[in-house]
Write a protein that binds this ligand. Structure first.
Ligand code: URA
Length: 190
């Protein structure tokens, strides 16, 4: 039954635009939903979220939390790859998603979360945080690592793992936040 609703929602999403997309996937009964920003080139190629370089962050994340990939559901705020052309090379490079792109996919993301009905939604970075909390003034730098109570679940904001790659100073904070998340998860599995 849930599978059918999932497939219907996926179709609704794919009908939004005539562009390649990556829809969420994983355990439809997951207690944890992970929400990233948007797929990159590798994700579009494979049709799966968080593969390639981003998949490595995810594996590390999963190891630290001592959970299994098959136990979680993974998705993105925006389902298309936001890109621009590099002026020098003429090649496609990733760019942050635009407001219109976020707003276009927001209803799909919210329905996805409603369908899975997890205990905890982990947002990775600013875009998923603001989209899910609905609060424009929420900034990841201020709320990371602190659970936010929403109507039907807990939102746990984390920095996007890619941010940690670009800013090594965030590494310790990121690991501390993951330990806090681990403690929150334990409350739901005990
Ligand atoms: N980064 C994201 O936020 N999502 C992906 O699917 C890949 C990289």
């Amino acid at each position: 039954m849930k599978k059918l609703e999932y497939l219907t929602l996926k179709e609704e999403c794919f009908n939004l635009k005539n562009e390649k997309m990556v829809f969420g996937e994983g355990n439809l009964n997951a207690k944890i939903v992970l929400v990233g920003e948007a797929p990159g080139a590798k994700e579009i190629e494979k049709g799966k979220p968080f593969v390639g370089q981003a998949g490595k962050y995810l594996d590390e994340f999963i190891n630290i939390l001592e959970i299994k990939r098959e136990d979680i559901y993974i998705t993105n705020t925006v389902k298309i790859r936001p890109y621009k052309f590099n002026e020098k090379t003429g090649r496609k490079v990733n760019r942050p998603p635009k407001k219109e792109e976020i707003n276009e996919f927001k209803p799909i993301l919210l329905k996805e979360i409603e369908l899975i009905h997890p205990d905890i939604v982990v947002s990775l970075g600013n875009y998923s945080l603001k989209t899910i909390s609905g609060k424009k003034n929420h900034a990841i730098g201020q709320v990371h690592g602190s659970p936010i109570k929403l109507a039907n679940c807990i939102l746990f904001p984390l920095y996007h793992p890619a941010a940690v790659i670009y800013n090594r100073n965030l590494k310790d904070t990121y690991y501390q936040d993951l330990q806090k998340l681990k403690a929150v998860l334990l409350q739901f599995t005990e």
